[in-house]
Design a protein around this ligand. Structure first.
Ligand code: NAP
Length: 299
């Protein structure tokens, strides 16, 4: 069995910020990358509100910079996910190897929520359903696409898609956007974007690729043609692996005291434990706090 000083689960904004702090504190952290290295930020085209970047910065660039910065201080990164974790014993398995650690930071983040309607699974990926406009938007040049959701992510996806698409329908289940005012205003005033209010998708249809979506507006079902569907209906925390060990709320977010869990030496950071803010800057901040707490614990 390998014995580590500090293991950080996750390589998104929270995990990498924790890694920078921990490495500078000479804690020799091992980062287990997770199944989406870089986390949610890699899907974000432009981040305008991360302090220190007055002209904004791409999500991929920001997370790559964080990783480079952490590597400069000597972090070790292992690809893959922790398949089993015993928080009480601070033990885990990763790629078949058993790892024990003196301290641990859980920064497993969150993943895009799915609608769970007919057609979503079948057309996911190359068929026309995506959770990432930054990744897939360019495939829809001069096409009509839908963005599902009414939060900041939906607005951001819709605005990004205006670079390629002819027409973007934002399909929202309520009569007002949840997004911040600045994003909502941009969406509502954009000539290529139209919001369909009080409307929910009930099925995604087509043969090999998406051709239309069946929508329901005030209990009336109707079809609207489109070539692509971008889901932006929020996120689900990646915490299933901790079921039965850590208290979680109804949506699966870890319930903690700041960065402290009930297990001494086990800390949490970022979106896996943050149902309120879910920002890159708050994730980075809690990553730094978790690393400082880990340092104090390991003293
Ligand atoms: P969110 O704020 O939770 O919004 C999710 C949206 O999806 C809501 O409008 C919700 O509708 C809708 N929705 C949820 N489940 C649905 C379902 N089953 N069917 C149809 N619609 C559904 O999530 P988010 O937009 O991903 O944002 C998450 C956090 O990241 C927020 O704090 C946000 O401010 C932040 N963020 C910030 C930026 C930025 O500042 N540039 C960009 C992206 C994200 P209801 O409104 O009816 O609940």
């Amino acid at each position: 069995m390998e014995l580590e000083n500090l293991v950080i689960l996750g390589s998104g904004c929270a995990g990498l910020a924790a890694a920078i702090y921990a490495a500078r504190a000479r804690l020799d952290p091992l980062v287990i990358e997770g199944d989406r290295p870089g986390g949610q930020l890699i899907e974000t085209a432009e981040i305008e509100n991360f302090p220190g970047f007055p002209d904004g910065i791409g999500g991929f660039e920001l997370t790559s910079n964080m990783r480079q910065q952490a590597e400069k201080f000597g972090i070790r990164v292992r690809s893959g996910v922790a398949e089993r974790v015993d928080l009480k014993e601070k033990m885990m398995t990763c790629g078949g190897a058993s790892i024990g650690t003196r301290a641990m930071i859980i920064a497993t983040g969150a993943s895009a929520r799915r609608l769970n309607i007919p057609g979503e699974k079948e057309f996911f990926g190359g068929g026309g359903v995506s959770t990432c406009a930054t990744c897939d938007g360019a495939f829809y040049k001069n096409k009509t696409v839908f963005v599902i959701g009414g939060g900041d992510s939906a607005c951001e996806e819709a605005l990004f898609l205006t670079r390629f698409c002819e027409k973007i329908y934002v399909i929202h289940r309520r009569d007002r956007l949840r997004a911040s005012k600045i994003m909502a205003d941009r969406v509502l005033s954009h000539p290529k974007i139209e919001v369909l209010w009080d409307t929910i998708p009930v099925a995604i249809c087509g043969e090999k690729k998406v051709t239309h979506v069946r929508l329901s507006t005030q209990n009336t079902e109707w079809d609207l043609p489109c070539s692509g569907v971008f889901l932006a209906i929020g996120h689900v925390p990646n915490t299933a692996i901790f079921e039965g060990q850590l208290e979680r709320d109804a949506e699966g977010y870890i319930i903690a005291e700041g960065v402290h869990t009930k297990f001494p030496g086990v800390f949490v950071a970022g979106d896996c434990a943050d149902r309120h803010y879910r920002q890159a800057i708050t994730a980075a901040g809690s990553g730094a706090a978790a690393a400082i707490s880990a340092e104090r614990y390991l003293l």
